[in-house]
Design a protein around this ligand. Structure first.
Ligand code: 1GP
Length: 249
């Protein structure tokens, strides 16, 4: 089959997700990513879910979760691919969640924690699996911030999130991530967080960092999303509110 320019352009786009995020940041364009957790959405419901998102300007999908309770991760990615042309980016809770059929992977290091398993062990397990794929690998400093109650992410990772009223710890951690070579910083309150990441934390990180910032966890309304953008988020991630169809416009 001859490749059309549209196909070539789409392929180029898919292999340059980091570049797209950096370009958007340089042009002060804000991005929206939707997190789909295979534990919470059946592959047969993917089509309907994608349809329900058509009113939103979604830039890419994140797929993953702290746990993996189901055995249809692969089918889930397939179902998603069949229903969208947007990039599919893995957001793995562990090395088990590497999948060759996605477009990219956030190669996460949980730098807010002091658990060697999520600082280096999971990455060592994942590296040979990633090597066998064509996934775009995006080194990402992942920072959990306290968000009102213990989240699955902090419980499962056995790490303490950064206190919500300590922006200076968030900034120094994020800066360390940047100097370690991470290309993105993801500040996360955790899925279903009671409170989104405080604006003070986003603002302080924005002021100090030269790399894009992703903000997620507990964003349930357009107002909260705009507040995160205004404070300096380059990408906002929404999972639970779209999963439960409760996002307030
Ligand atoms: C969780 O940042 C994501 O890791 C999304 O959080 O599910 O609370 O939107 P929510």
């Amino acid at each position: 089959m001859a490749l059309s320019w549209t196909n070539i352009f789409m392929a180029l786009q898919k292999n340059n997700i980091l570049q797209q995020i950096e370009l958007a940041r340089a042009n002060q364009k804000k991005m929206l990513a939707i997190l789909l957790d295979p534990d919470k959405l059946n592959p047969k419901d993917v089509q309907e879910k994608i349809r329900s998102l058509s009113a939103f300007q979604v830039d890419f999908f994140l797929v993953g979760g702290s746990l993996l309770l189901t055995d249809y991760f692969d089918n889930f990615i397939q179902a998603l691919k069949e229903n969208t042309n947007l990039p599919i980016v893995l957001f793995p809770g562990s090395a088990q969640q590497v999948n060759k059929n996605a477009d990219a992977i956030l190669f996460l290091q949980l730098i807010s924690g002091r658990n060697p398993d999520f600082l280096i062990n999971q990455q060592v397990q994942a590296a040979p699996l990633v090597k066998q794929t064509d996934l775009e690998v995006i080194p990402t400093g992942y920072i959990l911030v306290e968000s009102g109650r213990e989240t699955t992410a902090s419980y499962i990772s056995n790490t303490k999130p950064i206190p919500a009223d300590k922006p200076e710890i968030a900034v120094t951690t994020a800066l360390a991530g940047q100097y370690l070579g991470h290309r993105l910083i993801y500040l996360d309150g955790g899925s279903g967080a009671l409170n989104p990441i405080p604006q003070e934390i986003i603002k302080s990180c924005k002021k100090s960092l030269d790399i894009p910032i992703i903000i997620g966890g507990g964003i349930r309304s357009n107002e909260q999303m705009q507040a995160a953008y205004k404070a300096g988020a380059d990408v906002v991630v929404i999972g639970t509110a779209f999963e439960q169809n409760t996002f307030e416009i």
